[in-house]
Design a protein around this ligand. Sequence first.
Ligand code: BEZ
Length: 228
Amino acid sequence: MPGLLLGDVFPDFEAETTYGKIKLHEFLGDSWGILFSHPRDYTPVCTTELGRAARMSSEFSKRNVKMIALSIDCLEDHHGWTKDILAYNCEESSCTSLPFPIIADSKRELAVALGMLDPVEKDQDGLPLTARCVFIIGPDKTLKLSLLYPATTGRNFDEILRVVDSLQLTAGRRLATPADWRPGDCVMVPPSMSEEEAASLFPGGIYTKELPSGKKYLRYTPLEETQQ
Ligand code: BEZ
């Protein structure tokens, strides 16, 4: 069974969360969304990840991104574990709750439907745990990006923020961001764009790298303030 593909409308499920019952599309409204799963509550890597996500949440909300986490544990565990996450990661702040809800997918229904299970990591009953999935959903409710990490590898939330910046910058625009791009860096002209069109669309000028093939496809352009 193929999983969700880029461009698919993300399923509009209803779920129990630490913020009460949520319908995903209603919860997201006109915002971008990040749904991210973790294997299990009260585990070390997950504790660092949710803490990092909480500490970076203002950066995501500045970008109009709503976050929502998921694991196969129950609400009671989510609430109990939240205290540990806050104590370990947010000691100096006075926050008493996470800035995003956690879905309680105890029956693994969403995890199965969304292809989130890790076949290697199992619980004490031999059932698979959730892998570390990231789904980025656009305001049009379609899937813009997905990442899938095994339980044993914690994610880099700076990278998740970086890809949000790239997705938002390139949405509906004919440009692309190169490897390791950061906001403010030059962007790349897509290969389908003619030199004439590129010159008119990118007034900041185009730098074309000479290559052994002689082909002129490696084209950078600075992004003018007015274009951002
Ligand atoms: C963790 O979050 O620490 C973890 C969870 C499942 C497997 C391995 C690590």
